[in-house]
Design a protein around this ligand. Structure first.
Ligand code: CAA
Length: 240
């Protein structure tokens, strides 16, 4: 019987690469997505991976969505909390809504999805949770108090839940990507991005598959002794 993995925000960018890597490594993969129907349909047609729509920032929707996946596909063995948004802006121009939406989706989404998946993993004595943090949650970033706080929160959430899962065979880890060549990073104004890339020792943006390979390893049997850790994949931009 193959294990089931769910990847939030799984139809585009880093999430899509994670779905493909987990599938290649033998998981039955399900992608969650929030809004872009057209991209989701294309994703399923191209990869053969089912996509389920709900907002991970919505607690009830996450519980119901995971119950539907479990009824239709099987118990969820691996959860990758990848869904995230940016609402960049300096604090004095940032609205409460921009703060709250980033906290609700990026950090709240991890809680909602873990609430849905972690109890079953504990009962079955096997599970993998990988939370996608960020270099900007480790080091901070001008114009991102909301995003940096949410991503930093993800790193704390990871270490706390790892302690709760360890005896039950559930590992909980984080990956902290640096700047990866996705739509999210493409939205950074070009002159700003040029300055950021100039500070990456490897001299380029990362690729989504470079994050995905890390996730896939943490989800494998061989990852069983790694828990509560943060794997930084950032081209040397922040050595933590
Ligand atoms: N440190 C110090 N000063 C900075 C700075 C920095 N890092 N970045 C900008 N400034 C300064 C500018 O030089 C400018 O100063 P002057 O007015 O004296 O020239 C001032 O701050 C205002 O800068 P902007 O013109 O850029 O201000 P803005 O209000 O138009 O935009 C911003 C602000 C939206 C934050 C914009 O700078 C920006 O988008 N920055 C990039 C933020 C970023 O890196 N986001 C990452 C998104 S990808 C991601 O998050 C994925 C991941 O996990 C890595």
């Amino acid at each position: 019987m193959t294990r089931v993995a769910i990847v939030t925000g799984g139809t585009r960018g880093i999430g899509r690469a994670i779905c493909e890597a987990l599938k290649a490594d033998g998981f039955t993969v399900v992608a969650n997505y929030a809004g872009n129907e057209e991209k989701a349909r294309a994703f399923s047609a191209e990869t053969g991976i089912a996509a389920y729509r709900w907002d991970v920032g919505d607690h009830e929707a996450s519980i119901a969505g995971c119950a539907k996946v479990e009824a239709e596909v099987g118990p969820i063995d691996a959860l990758v909390n990848n869904a995230g948004i940016t609402r960049d802006g300096v604090l004095h121009k940032m609205s409460f809504e921009d703060w709250n939406e980033v906290m609700r989706i990026n950090l709240g989404g991890c809680f909602n999805m873990a609430k849905a998946c972690f109890p079953g993993m504990r009962e079955r004595k096997w599970g993998r949770i990988v939370n996608i943090g960020s270099i900007n949650g480790q080091a901070g970033q001008y114009g991102q108090v909301n995003y940096a706080a949410a991503k930093s929160g993800i790193h704390g959430f990871t270490k706390a839940l790892a302690q709760e899962g360890a005896r039950a065979g559930v590992t909980v880890n984080a990956i902290a990507p640096g700047y990866i060549d996705t739509d999210m990073v493409a939205a950074v104004p070009e002159p700003v991005l040029e300055k950021i890339v100039a500070k990456i020792p490897v001299g380029r943006l990362g690729h989504a598959y470079e994050i995905a390979r890390g996730v896939s390893f943490l989800c494998s049997e061989d990852g069983g002794f790694i828990t509560g850790s943060t794997m930084s994949i950032n081209g040397g931009q922040h050595m933590y």
